[in-house]
Design a protein around this ligand. Structure first.
Ligand SMILES: NC(=O)c1ccc[n+]([C@@H]2O[C@H](COP(=O)([O-])OP(=O)(O)OC[C@H]3O[C@@H](n4cnc5c(N)ncnc54)[C@H](O)[C@@H]3O)[C@@H](O)[C@H]2O)c1
Length: 256
């Protein structure tokens, strides 16, 4: 596992009480960063994970807030930066939602109604924009970096729903545009995960044929993704506007 000396740096990771976000927060904190861990208000996992990481001796604070809500997202980012001591080096826009427990057919317009679009757009696409906007001043000052979590479904579709894939496609373009806007002070990149072993709300039925079709022949662990995110934040000084696919080769496919 990659590590950096991140002493005297501060980070905010959204959607970080579980999965990729939690592994990223833990890797940043174990590398010496002070980390604000965001998740939905009232999620008991948030306090539980902050306590667990504090008990390990890491500098972590809880930053509850809904990134899918305009007002709450700005409030959360501003108070997290204040609680971190007034500065921010790294922002990970990782919070996301499928909005469904099972895969939706692309033309199931009954499920993919206005309310469904509204929530997925707000959390998956506008959320990262809000947090970036709220953190812009601090990140420009520290010459920091942002990583957004998109998805391979944003590149080729076939996610939990067409709407989900569309929001993740939008986040790819937003990553590129934000990189153009924030350079040279702030680098902005994204990772595009394939399958993840996490608490993801949408249940994908995975059979052994599916797993065997992946060149790495396994589902990705949160730590597989966290390592790439931390590299893009703290290393990769000449990388910006890039979408790094982390999928064990899933999109490449496997020949028998
Ligand atoms: N699980 C997958 O198969 C998969 C594949 C590709 C991309 N992704 C992306 O990876 C990211 C992390 O997902 P994961 O697999 O670690 O899932 P996870 O469910 O384990 O973690 C996601 C966390 O985000 C939180 N969250 C959801 N909406 C939020 C909001 N509005 N504000 C703050 N927190 C919020 C959840 O409470 C949860 O703790 C997401 O952006 C997701 O779209 C996941």
């Amino acid at each position: 596992m990659i590590t950096f000396n991140l002493n005297n740096t501060a980070a905010l990771v959204t959607g970080a009480a579980s999965g990729i976000g939690l592994a990223t927060a833990e890797l940043l904190a174990s590398s010496g960063a002070k980390v604000a861990i965001n998740d939905l208000p009232g999620n008991p996992e948030l306090e539980k994970q902050v306590q667990r990481l504090s008990d390990l001796g890491y500098q972590v604070i809880a930053a509850p807030g809904d990134t899918g809500d305009g007002q709450d997202a700005y409030r959360m980012v501003h108070s997290a930066i204040e609680a971190l001591g007034g500065s921010l080096n790294y922002l990970v826009n990782n919070a996301g939602t499928p909005g469904t427990k099972s895969v939706v057919h692309p033309t199931d317009f009954e499920i993919q109604n206005e309310a469904f679009w509204d929530r997925l757009l707000n959390v998956n696409l506008i959320g990262p924009q809000r947090c970036t906007a709220a953190a812009e001043k601090a990140l420009r000052k520290s010459r920091g970096a942002i990583v957004n979590t998109t998805s391979i479904s944003g590149l080729r579709g076939n996610g939990s729903s067409a709407v989900y894939s569309a929001t993740k496609s939008g986040l790819i373009t937003l990553t590129q545009e934000t990189a153009r806007g924030l350079g040279p002070e702030v680098r902005v990149n994204a990772i595009a995960p394939g399958l993840v072993e996490s608490n993801w709300e949408c249940n994908f039925e995975l059979d052994s044929d599916m797993i065997n079709s992946i060149p790495m022949q396994r589902v990705g662990q949160p730590e597989d993704y966290a390592e790439v995110i931390v590299y893009l934040l703290a290393g990769g000084a000449y990388i910006t506007g890039e979408i790094v696919v982390v999928d064990g080769g899933l999109l490449t496919g496997r020949r028998a």
